[in-house]
Design a protein around this ligand. Structure first.
Ligand code: AN7
Length: 349
């Protein structure tokens, strides 16, 4: 059967305006990949499945929420969608706005957007408003703009974004035919963990449901540290957020599921980032490596019983952020003569 996007697939479980025309790039239906080599490398003895959301149309999970947000915006007659973004929301909003034939404007922290995300927003014709401030300042500005005429805010403070993103939980349950014991994912503005938990609660009304383990970067961990972080810092720019809009939802998901919100250092993130790419052939952006590093921490702490079924969301594609890769490999190999001898010597064969 052909796949025509999450609105088509889950229409009966999503709030939609009557007769809304779906604005879709056929997002969703992403693979749930087994990861035995990664599991062995971190010393685990359980069944790990990776929901690879980097394979969505704009290469992040944001597309699930954005098909909903832009569909609603168009149904309401909006002419401009706006968002604050650490990058992926802006890439997705600008693509779906282009698909709908309406304008987009994105407010971004100047100099703190991964290169690939910036190129996407430029290419889709978004009006770019870099600010001298961080994501939290950008979101604050967006809140002040939310009542402007014919303008629709497509950040996850728009509840239909959460509705769209919850469909990933439905897909995980359908693919497995059973309920995972744990679900791991990164946490930034905390919309996604809120959405996954909503999805699991709707799909499994009586439980048992997965224990939700959300991971922040240690320099941007307001939900772990228990207070707003004024100047959040992390290599994982996607989750460089000090005052998450859906913080309450994340804490509720952790509490109700007997899970936790925890943090990992940039060093642990960068190590997990390379380990995933080199053990499983799956290239993600740094933020997605936070739960991989978190799983390593959970294994070391003995939190994951033998034989558990663990699912993890990999939220965005690695090609989003080439600069971080190049920073890990600063010395590009110098050219050799095109001869067998030189090639054998270079490869030690
Ligand atoms: C790859 O694009 O906030 O906890 O403005 O891009 O739902 O915020 C991105 C967040 C994880 C965190 N992984 O998700 C934005 C933005 C990636 C991300 C998150 C983001 P939330």
């Amino acid at each position: 059967m052909s796949w025509n996007g999450i609105i088509h697939a889950f229409r009966d479980r999503l709030p939609l305006p009557t007769n809304a025309k779906a604005i879709t790039l056929f997002e969703g239906n992403t693979p749930l990949l087994p990861a035995p080599r990664l599991t062995a490398a971190i010393g685990g003895d359980f069944d790990l499945r990776l929901k690879y959301e980097g394979l969505n149309p704009t290469a992040s999970f944001k597309d699930r929420g954005m098909t909903m947000a832009v569909t609603h915006a168009v149904a309401k007659g909006a002419k401009l969608v706006i968002c604050a973004s650490t990058g992926n929301t802006s890439a997705s909003a600008s693509a779906y706005a282009a698909r709908a034939g309406i304008a987009s404007a994105v407010i971004i922290p100047s100099g703190k957007i991964a290169l690939g995300k910036l190129t996407q927003a430029l290419m889709h014709g978004a009006k770019l408003l870099p600010i001298s401030g961080n994501f939290d300042d950008a979101l604050n500005l967006i809140r002040q703009m939310s009542n402007l005429k014919e303008v629709e805010v497509v950040n996850s403070i728009n509840p239909v974004r959460i509705e769209g993103q919850k469909t990933a939980s439905f897909e995980i349950l359908e693919a497995l035919g059973k309920t995972p014991d744990f679900h791991f994912l990164p946490v930034g503005n905390a919309g996604n963990i809120t959405a996954y938990w909503k999805g699991f609660c709707e799909a499994i009304p009586k439980g048992p449901r997965p224990r939700m383990f959300g991971w922040q970067a240690s320099g941007a961990a307001p939900l772990v540290d228990g207070h707003i972080v004024k100047d959040p810092q992390t290599i994982a720019t996607a989750i460089r957020i000090g005052n998450p809009a859906s913080g309450e939802g994340a804490l509720a998901a952790a509490k109700e599921s007997n899970g936790r919100i925890d943090k990992v250092s940039d060093q642990e993130i960068l190590s997990a980032y390379q380990l995933l790419a080199q053990t499983e052939g799956i290239f993600v952006e740094p933020a997605c490596a936070a739960p991989v590093a978190g799983l390593r921490k959970a294994v070391a702490a003995g939190w994951i019983p033998k034989g558990s079924l663990v699912t993890m969301t990999l939220t965005g594609h690695g090609l989003k952020d080439p600069d971080t890769v190049l920073s890990l490999f600063p010395h590009a190999p110098s050219p050799i003569p095109p001869t067998l001898d030189a090639a054998r010597k270079a490869l030690g064969l």
